[in-house]
Design a protein around this ligand. Sequence first.
Ligand SMILES: Cc1ncc(COP(=O)(O)O)c(C=O)c1O
Ligand SMILES: Nc1c(O)cccc1C(=O)C[C@H](N)C(=O)O
Length: 397
Amino acid sequence: MTDFARTRALFELPEDIVYLDGNSLGPLPRAARERVSRVVSREWGQKLIRGWNEAGWMDLPDTVGNKIAKLIGAPEGTVVAGDSTSVNLHKALTGALSLAGQRKVVLSDTGNFPTDLYVAQMAIRALGKDHELKLVAPEDVAGAIDETVAVLMLTQIDYRTGRLHDMQALTAKARENGVVTIWDLAHSAGALPVDLAGANADFAVGCGYKYLNGGPGAPAFIYVKPGLGDRIDPVLAGWMGHEAPFAFDLAYRPAAGIQRMRVGTPPILSMAALDAALDAWDGITMDDVRARSIELSERFITEIESRCPDLTLASPRDPHRRGSQVSFAFPEGYAAMQACIAHGVIGDFRAPDIMRFGFTPLYIGMDDVIRATEAIGRVMREKLWDRAEYRTRAKVT
Ligand SMILES: Cc1ncc(COP(=O)(O)O)c(C=O)c1O
Ligand SMILES: Nc1c(O)cccc1C(=O)C[C@H](N)C(=O)O
């Protein structure tokens, strides 16, 4: 059994708040603080450019990729860390389209995170092909997979409601119909068990700064199924994805497999923070994390529903149909979330009316859940949200 008291001590958390927003930005792992400080002073400061070889900087995208691979059911050597999720999605989609023959449809759903849809719209335009981005309701995805579809591009867990797509079943149906699959694991990696190899998915991407706790703007990751990497031409090519970057050839020759998904110089300080953060997962099983996340979120729902009749559950009630977040709808959700934050519970708000709370067993326990529901209960009971100071919209939500 995973000792979550031990893992909690690995993080720096302000004592006066309950942090239920690790699904958007994970907290600071103590090891990341130490590692970044060491990389800055001893490696960058003392080794200077020798750090690329002597401190393993050049290998960090693979080192970090392999740590992430273990959390998402991917074999060693199939994941590389770097760039943002949006950029990696662009690589995955253009790669997938290069495999898709004459088919024209990129299928996704209306619950997808907007960046995924923007990437698809502009990748299609940039390729100059007559592909069409087809969006259906999340529950209609399975029925829309047929032999006209070139690529199925989905986010496994809906960022607003937490609704979980059945990766295994949808990928199987896609394969039966000859459809290439791309999964966005932004809200899945580190949140619940993912089995990319078992599902036989073709591509996946995800964030380093949410459940993986790599820090604001942490490098993202990309997975390409073994054997597939060599068959795709990267549209986003750069010297770090060249077969021999330091040969400085004039002609681009893509590196083998996942290595061709690299583009430019990796951001070493951010990579080092993510690398250290990922050590918090040593000795932990995702099944334990999932079981604990369900316990915490079930208790949260029970308490909120009994204390806050004005809040309506916006996530699937069945814990096996949602990720590691719970959302409640409330017309004054923005102001209510501001009031919750002012009263010591940090979650977030997603328009038009969603109050979103993330459950991250590595550092959140049952005491936190109870404390949070007491504070939220008070905010709602005493209508503390109905104050001008909470209704004023900030720039970033
Ligand atoms: C599902 C999903 N995909 C992609 C992103 C964006 O990733 P990035 O900002 O790293 O490009 C997010 C959140 O920001 C997200 O929720
Ligand atoms: N990436 C973010 C950022 O740079 C600022 C504020 C929020 C974010 C997020 O991660 C949003 C997130 N993907 C979401 O689920 O809403």
